[in-house]
Design a protein around this ligand. Structure first.
Ligand code: ACO
Length: 337
């Protein structure tokens, strides 16, 4: 018997504290107009100081487990995508595993930034199809707000990012009808490290001299993300378009067959451009950036949960997803929900 990977439960969580663009005007020398026109963002959620990344992930996970209708003890692996973990090491999958009280199961962190969720989905799919695992919890969770330069110096980056978490349970099922079964149909992963420094956070790091972290690094602001926004924009539209087409073609479906497009949410203009280049009707692209900003690895599962709650994504629909981010990395996936 052949297997398939089915997404059987989705959950998400964002902290209660909302910051509108008008709130940012008071601290960052920016304007609501600039942010909305350039990015489409209206507000984002930022945690309070006592909340950790694994706290958000825990909340999203228990919602996904509940929606999957399984017992948490049925989970045999956690894959955690984040660039803003609780601590430098161990990985956040271990902290989440302890909070969920699931000792002994495998716990894996991956750090593919904005493409983290699609990389995680691809890895989980391979583990499921190999027959080695049955129910995998995939989480994307980020706390950006604690890593942003909240002075006018950081305004080009700090207006873009928000906090949140999304989780899915993928489960092993027997493959009965490849055309009709709910399943991950295909995933495609890419990277080009030649562009690593176009969007990165240099410190802490072991390539910067004798210390992994130093006062000098902090004084120079190397612990804040640095981005060449225009280069990112150009590559993001090109790569997302390419890899989306590849995913759809390999899945043996036409773009017009896709019911919902769940793109990464870095900038509304990037998503509009991708949709325009591929003649995808805007109403088929489910955007959430206006509410959350860019939540990196959390974006796609968070969007999936919102799309389900909004009645836009229903069981049996065909979904195509694409993401682009730091690395550069980019990825795509097609699944029947
Ligand atoms: N508020 C007001 N003015 C600002 C702000 C701000 N928040 N930030 C920058 N400006 C100013 C600049 O100082 C500049 O002023 P000047 O013309 O007087 O010099 C002007 O606005 C234009 O700045 P640019 O950086 O050229 O703005 P651009 O049009 O490129 O838009 C943006 C910036 C929105 C970031 C865009 O480049 C973009 O979206 N790029 C892609 C970003 C992206 O995808 N990031 C996601 C990946 S994140 C990840 O993977 C973790």
């Amino acid at each position: 018997m052949k297997y398939r990977t089915e997404i059987i439960g989705v959950g998400s969580f964002v902290p209660a504290n909302v910051l509108t663009n008008f709130d940012l005007e008071k601290m960052l020398d920016t304007t609501d107009d600039w942010i909305q026109q350039r990015t489409g963002i209206v507000q984002r959620h930022w945690v309070d100081e006592n909340t950790s990344n694994s706290d958000l992930a825990y909340e999203a996970s228990i919602r996904a487990i509940k929606n999957a209708g399984i017992d948490k003890s049925d989970i045999d692996m956690i894959i955690f995508a984040t660039l803003s973990p609780d601590h430098d090491f161990p990985g956040n999958a271990c902290f989440l595993q302890a909070k969920l009280d699931l000792p002994g199961i495998s716990a894996l962190d991956i750090r593919q930034q904005c493409t983290g969720f699609l990389y995680a989905l691809s890895i989980a799919d391979k583990f499921i199809l190999s027959g080695s695992h049955k129910n995998i919890l995939i989480v994307g969770s980020e706390i950006h707000s604690k890593g942003l330069d909240k002075t006018p110096n950081g305004r080009n980056i700090s207006v873009l990012f928000g906090d949140g978490a999304g989780a899915v349970i993928v489960s092993r099922r027997d493959l009965i009808d490849p055309l009709k079964d709910s399943r991950v149909i295909g995933t495609h992963l890419y990277s080009d490290g030649a562009f690593a420094k176009e969007l990165w956070m240099p410190a802490p790091g072991t390539a910067l001299g004798k210390d992994r972290v130093s006062h000098q690094m902090l004084d120079e602001g190397l612990h804040y993300a640095q981005m060449n926004g225009k280069t990112v924009f150009v590559h993001a539209t090109k790569r997302m378009t390419e890899c989306l087409l590849e995913a759809v073609t390999s899945a043996n479906v036409a773009l017009g067959d896709i019911d919902v497009f769940l793109f990464h949410q870095a900038n509304l203009r990037i998503n509009s451009k991708v949709a325009e280049m591929l003649s995808i009707p805007e109403e088929k692209v489910f955007n959430t950036i206006q509410n959350y900003g860019n939540t990196t690895a959390a974006t796609i599962p968070l969007g999936m949960d919102d799309a389900i709650k909004a009645g836009v994504l229903k069981k049996g629909m065909l979904v195509a997803s694409a993401a682009f981010g730091s690395g550069f990395t980019w990825a795509s996936a097609v699944w029947r929900y």
